[in-house]
Ligand binder design. Sequence first.
Ligand code: GLA
Length: 383
Amino acid sequence: MKETLASNFEKIYSQKPEVFAQAPGRIEFIGNHTDYNGGYTMGAAIDRVVMVALAKRTDTLLCFASAKSGEIVKIDLKDIKKQPREYNWVNYPLGVFKFLLEAGMKADTGFNMLDMSNLPAGSGLSSSAAIELSTAFALCKLYGFECDLKTKVRIGRKCENLFVGMPCGILDQGVSGFGKKDALVFIDCKSEEFSNAPLPQECKFWLFNSTKKHALVDGMYEARHNECMEAAKILSEGGEDRLLREFSIADLEAKKDKMSANAYKRAKHIIEENRRVLEAKKALEADDIKTVGKLMVASHESSRDLFENSCPELDFLVAEAVKNPHVYGARLSGGGFGGAVLALTDKDFCETDAQKIAEAYQNKFGLKPAVFACSAGDGAKNI
Ligand code: GLA
């Protein structure tokens, strides 16, 4: 992949790339929408990546080439602003550049950039976080800027929140940054501490992409975010503002009548989901994979019934997957409203098993799900 990227870069820019970096996509293992509520979540970096190549220019232009259309978007580094919808793909690397400058990176001249990916797009594997992290690594190397991994991860999230306009938490960037082969990434989103949790060797991840389009930036995600904030505000009344992470079910029940039915349901999901993440971590440490599987299914049911970010396609895939005796658990993974279902399986679950689930899905919805197996891979790095 690196060679192809290098030769495409040379064809487009008549110049050799100077630096390369890569960052993985991620799965959300358990902890749905807990991140921006200051809670707990666990994910895994997968063995599929976005790769970025960069070289300095002598003028002040920032050039972004699209591998898809061959088009080059040029922006002067003294005039950085959010690009319109048709060039939204540029906003991810552009926002990272902007916030690296704000963090102290010095850049007198611009750059040429090209990326390439083997991540299936639009399946909820967070290709955007992978672009942000790989860009951050590549830019720091190109301009000789020292900054630690946590800062790069935070800059990725800042780019989403303040530049792209997506009010996400730190899950995607944290996992893409702190991923480790054969391990999960556990995140305490309040203290922004990242650690690795063991993943039993005999387990595999299978992803079933519903191919139902999810539209994170387009409202539904934001609506859920706002309902959580509404609930947190009501629970905080009489004291300082705190996020849902700080409250118990007893706190919630005591104020149930003060909030909308939706705010109550969203908050209940978040409070219970935080507990499930901690229980899953404990179960993983005790090598109790059956309990982990049960918690995954409970997580899905809560997303479906309380957070209401599932859809019939995802519910069907989960129900079909858990019928298979080699599946420990399954759940929607990521923002929801379409996207992918993650199944945690034993090592004997095979392509034939996966195809059975895919066929049942196709018969019911007339959509062909994209199915693939992956394992936990390493986080972002220069290559
Ligand atoms: C998306 C967001 C994450 C997280 C998940 C849901 O992937 O980018 O920050 O909120 O949804 O858990």
